[in-house]
Design a protein around this ligand. Structure first.
Ligand code: TXA
Ligand code: MG
Length: 336
């Protein structure tokens, strides 16, 4: 067992030193917490996969302090990649580009491309600057579970397995992961919806058809092959009150509700969060899933939101958390 050292934003020198010499340090970004390791150190990268229980065919995102470090990681940077970087970095956008040979195959799961991002969170930026190495950082959670958006949730999964964590009091700003855009070939493709929205991308490049990978199932989107964002509780997308026939069965199960307006009347919930905006809903979702699991609740009812802005990424995460529950009885009734 490892002792996981806790750092605050004033102790970044020590955290950066641990990263540089090959340790694992979790740190906040503007999206979710990342589990960082020196991207050039094979032992550290192996350890990331091991402590997360992550399948080795799911590649990692390399984080750098600024755009100038891109050439040390990517072999070619297309004009569209340049424009996207100029518009959204630092920020919650990940670009998939042809990789340099110096990037270990373990980081990219054998792909000839590498995912790169420059985060905007001041703690992440300062840590990357001080570490002065590219930092591979998947979300700081056990594989398949919701990403950690608070230091407490990160430690719930990884305490005693990693060397350190930089803690901030507030949850991370967006609460959902970065948007992943493949710009390694001529047609840019959104591989993962995220905090940078399709509308923002479209506003910058009106002529570009933002191809969203069909059902995100392509070989180019390796993250899609694995279950994600999933609490133990069963996730349901509930847009209206269930009818009377379902009601008594529904009432017998312990459950939580999250949405923008109050839940259907007359149904008892053990945990309720009404969010004042879609942004707050997105910021709260993973922590709410975890809170439901801590209370051993059986279901989480999620109210749908319109499919635009960050609402698209939010609905995609909810749908993925709800899918393929072969361990549960019966098909998922997504809309009651
Ligand atoms: O917001 C974020 O992106 C957070 C913070 C910590 O930066 N990181 C994150 O990492 O969400 P992770 O490992 O949980 O998700 C990385 C995603 C996965 O879906 C992975 O398949 C995809 O990026 N990815 C990484 N390298 C890729 C590549 N070469 N080609 C296609 N997809 C790639
Ligand atoms: Mg993840």
């Amino acid at each position: 067992m490892t002792i996981t050292e806790r750092f605050d934003a004033q102790q970044l020198d020590r955290a950066a030193e641990i990263l540089r010499i090959g340790g694992l340090v979790a740190f906040p970004t503007e999206t979710v917490y990342g589990l960082g390791a020196n991207a050039l150190n094979l032992r550290s990268i192996e350890r990331i996969f091991h402590v997360k229980g992550r399948p080795s065919n799911n590649p990692l995102i390399v984080h750098v302090a600024d755009r100038n470090q891109l050439e040390s990681i990517c072999s070619t940077v297309s004009p569209i990649a340049e424009q996207l970087a100029a518009a959204f970095w630092p920020g919650p956008l990940t670009l998939v580009l042809p990789k340099q040979t110096s990037v270990p195959d373990l980081v990219t799961a054998g792909f000839s491309t590498v995912a790169v991002r420059v985060p905007s969170h001041p703690v992440a930026r300062e840590l990357l600057l001080r570490a002065n190495v590219p930092v591979a950082a998947p979300s700081a959670n056990r594989s398949g579970k919701p990403s950690g958006t608070t230091w407490q949730s990160v430690l719930e999964d990884l305490d005693g397995c990693i060397d350190g964590i930089v803690c901030i009091e507030e949850p991370t700003d967006f609460g959902l992961e970065s948007t992943v855009v493949d710009v390694s070939s001529t047609e840019p493709t959104v591989l993962r919806l995220g905090a940078v929205t399709i509308e923002q991308l479209g506003a910058l490049f009106p002529s570009t058809a933002w191809q969203v990978a069909p059902k995100f199932q392509t070989a180019n989107s390796p993250g899609r092959r694995h279950p994600h964002y999933r609490p133990k509780a069963r996730i349901l997308v509930v847009s209206s009150a269930p009818d009377q026939t379902n009601r008594s069965a529904l009432n017998s199960r312990s459950k939580a509700f999250i949405g923008l307006t109050p839940p259907p009347g007359g149904i008892p919930f053990d945990l309720v969060q009404i969010c004042s905006s879609v942004e707050e809903y997105a910021r709260s979702l993973y922590e709410f899933f975890r809170a439901a699991d801590r209370k051993l609740l059986k279901e989480v009812w999620c109210q749908p939101v319109p499919m635009h802005g960050i609402g698209m990424a939010l609905m995609e995460r909810i749908a993925r958390a709800a899918e393929n529950r072969s361990d549960l009885d019966g098909p998922i009734q997504n809309v009651l």
